[in-house]
Ligand binder design. Sequence first.
Ligand code: ADP
Ligand code: MG
Length: 228
Amino acid sequence: IAAEIGKLEKLKTVSDMAASISHEVRNPLTVTRGFLQLLRDPDLTEKEKSNYIDIAVGELDKAESTISDYLTFARPSLENIKVLDLKKELTYAVKVVEPFAAMNNVCIELQLHADVSVAGESQKLHQCLINLTKNAIEAMPDGGKLVIALQKVNGKAVIIVADTGVGLTDEQIERLGTPYYTTKEKGTGLGTMVIFSIVKAMRGEIEVDSEVGKGTRFTILLPVAEAI
Ligand code: ADP
Ligand code: MG
């Protein structure tokens, strides 16, 4: 099943997003505040205390990921554009997610088949790659293989991120990139929106191929930039 996703019409305008950030961050802060207040109770058992602390920390983590996802979205235009060597960028991204992969019994295979450069902002490209690989790893709860490949096809740079995870239905593929669409208990539903917004800013395209129970492949096509 393949679906081409270049459409960002689903996305709200930046100002709408800015307005909803306060809501999205306030919720976990309110929950955290509530549990910190509860911790004042001297009659709590150790188990209750530890449970409240876990919830508070989990909510703060959620607020933190919401903020970092929004920060990218609030400035989707690329401000600090450089020619980026994709071999270097992919190698860096793999280094960052490697511990998370290892923790989840996921083995990463990096296949650098081409020397190719694109124009973009290194930090944003990293965030895009990290969001993609994080989702891929999270889709493999019992471990698996994550292939990250770089090719040059028809004059375009092609980045493939393929997992052996749970896969997506057609309906789910359609919903990718919609703000707050998540199937995870602690998900923000902002990761794919950020991916799409960065790829769009780099004048690229995304294709998603997936089979339920088999895995998912994201293919990102980017215009090539001449290395300086
Ligand atoms: P979050 O990761 O916080 O849930 P995302 O926007 O990153 O939010 O992803 C939205 C949803 O898309 C996920 O909850 C998941 O259901 C689905 N998804 C994204 N990437 C994959 C993947 N590689 N395999 C399976 N499902 C995926
Ligand atoms: Mg995600």
